[in-house]
Ligand binder design. Sequence first.
Ligand SMILES: N[C@@H](CCC[C@H](N)C(=O)O)C(=O)O
Length: 313
Amino acid sequence: MTSGTVPTTPLPFAKGHGTENDFVLLDDREARLDLTPELVRALADRRAGVGGDGVIRVVPSSALAEGRAVLAHEPAAHWFMDYRNADGSVAQMCGNGVRVFAAYLEELGLATFADGRELVLGTRAGARRVRKEDSGWYAVDMGVWSFPGGDAAVRDGFDAEVTVSGLEPAGTQVPRPALSVDLGNPHTVVALASLDDLDRADLHTAPDVLPLPAEGTNVELVVPLGEETSVDGTVVGRVRMRVHERGVGETRSCGTGACAAALAVRAWAGAGAPDVWLVDVPGGTVRVTLLEDGHVELAGPAVLVADGAVRRD
Ligand SMILES: N[C@@H](CCC[C@H](N)C(=O)O)C(=O)O
């Protein structure tokens, strides 16, 4: 792999995924790496590089201005998740990425969940707290979320329109109502009528969103699947989702997107809707829980699959 802007020494990396949302992981604990957009694109390239939906760098929070802003409020956030999309762009937050980042820190010996310990880490969306469940899943407090369209959007059920390819006869375009959700990064959630529609949607190109937020948006297509009762008697909602990610394209999962999907479907369902949701994505299932403090929690697996070194000669 070549990149015009980087030294020629091999660059160690690991590869991991959370419900098949996959990342190239870089241990830059001494903050020496110049992680340019070109280098991110080269690493994430699925044919000429390692391949991934994004690149995640472990760096001390104290080494970055955004990290120091987090440390001012949360001194325990020693490590910072420097997340980049595959196209080289910077994103505020990555829900699947946080879990994989936590697993990577654990693997590197930089964090431990022993004795029920909680990990606090820095992200561009603020500090995030992670705990490890007995099942091995990681549960992340994703913090405060919002509907940018406010009460009016919640009352109407939408504040945007999205046109999705592949659903209508060729030459026909039908804008569908959609709800914007802010998880630190932007999301636009659209409900489709059936699982057939969800399968037929063409996400090779980004759906058209109106109005398109200045910073762009991630788009989630969802089909609510109703409610079920779990073994402990909790009523749990279920949603099937596909996603087109800003800066990436269609991915097999998106953690912040799963939170957005659950929050939108819960708002559409109205009073009495469950606080716990299972979100099925092409790469697996994650759990989204509305916490009592108004935060939202995302839980799911994190898997490290490979270690290597990228040649740069
Ligand atoms: N896959 C991530 C989201 C990554 C960032 C997103 N593409 C953006 O630009 O906001 C997740 O799991 O949340």
